[in-house]
Design a protein around this ligand. Sequence first.
Ligand SMILES: *Cc1c(COP(=O)(O)O)cnc(C)c1O
Length: 204
Amino acid sequence: MKLVAVSKFHPVSRLMEAYDAGQRIFGENRPQELAGKVPRMPADVEWHFIGHLQTNKIKLVLPYVSLVQSVDSLHLLEAIDRWGGENGRVIDILLELHLGAEETKHGLSEEEILLCCGKVPFPYGNVRIRGLMGMATNTEDEAVIEADFARIEALFNKIRAERPELRDTFTELSIGMSGDWPLAVRHGATMVRIGTDIFGPREY
Ligand SMILES: *Cc1c(COP(=O)(O)O)cnc(C)c1O
């Protein structure tokens, strides 16, 4: 399992402490902040983008990241594919499933994700779908969180079962944050995204 250290809002000095302790994967959710930190960290850091990404900001993000975890619309997927084509790259991404009830959360529906993964021939030649990402409902109620994780786990397994040709690349299930990662691990997480438990509280 991969540990993504979510370093948003923390200064590079704090990231370097984690780096010196052996951490190599860092997650950021704001394009400007990511672009500012990249040149100040060692070159072997692997950056993941985990926030809502507007299409007019992708050029600030795609040159630096090894994975965009938060592809939350087909419009964004198409824009990333186009950028990849123009820049001779294939971009690894996760599709973000909308979980939970909160209106403000971004994400694709199950139907949209199934449609997207089912397209034959796959129309996005400069994008590689590596799996799914989700954020569980923000609640203390473990039953609600479990239900969210069970839903994304089932979708992940369904796509792998129905599309054997994807099996070698569609391998990542990114679920679990500081408050709920033990539950996520029980539901098959291959990546957890941990901020607070590593760096302490963020100052907004
Ligand atoms: C901030 C953030 C996290 C980390 O949250 P913590 O509760 O601090 O561990 C994980 N995933 C996403 C998408 C985030 O925005």
